[in-house]
Write a protein that binds this ligand. Structure first.
Ligand code: SF4
Ligand code: SF4
Length: 75
């Protein structure tokens, strides 16, 4: 199963809660501001993400989501 990790940069307020809880140290705070003037989180090491969703559950602003990738049509 493939998953898509999505960060809604403009919902993120850069609080760092997700950075702290990620067991794989995937996330870091960006040095570029979003439209609200916050420094949003980004996946600095996406190859290490195990899609555990701990960060999504932790985020108070629902800025992080993981969805299943659409199945490819195999015909
Ligand atoms: S899904 Fe898990 S491994 Fe991936 S960034 Fe979030 S907390 Fe880290
Ligand atoms: S927990 Fe949510 S609001 Fe806080 S830095 Fe992470 S994505 Fe941004």
């Amino acid at each position: 199963m493939n998953y898509v990790y999505y960060i809604d940069r403009d919902r993120c307020k850069g609080c760092g809660l997700c950075v702290a809880v990620c067991p794989k140290k995937v996330l870091e705070i960006s040095d570029e501001v979003n439209t609200k003037g916050y420094f949003p989180v980004y996946q600095a090491h996406p190859e290490d993400c195990v899609f555990c969703a701990t960060c999504c559950i932790m985020c108070p602003d629902v800025a992080l989501t993981i969805t299943e990738a659409a199945e490819e049509m195999a015909q």
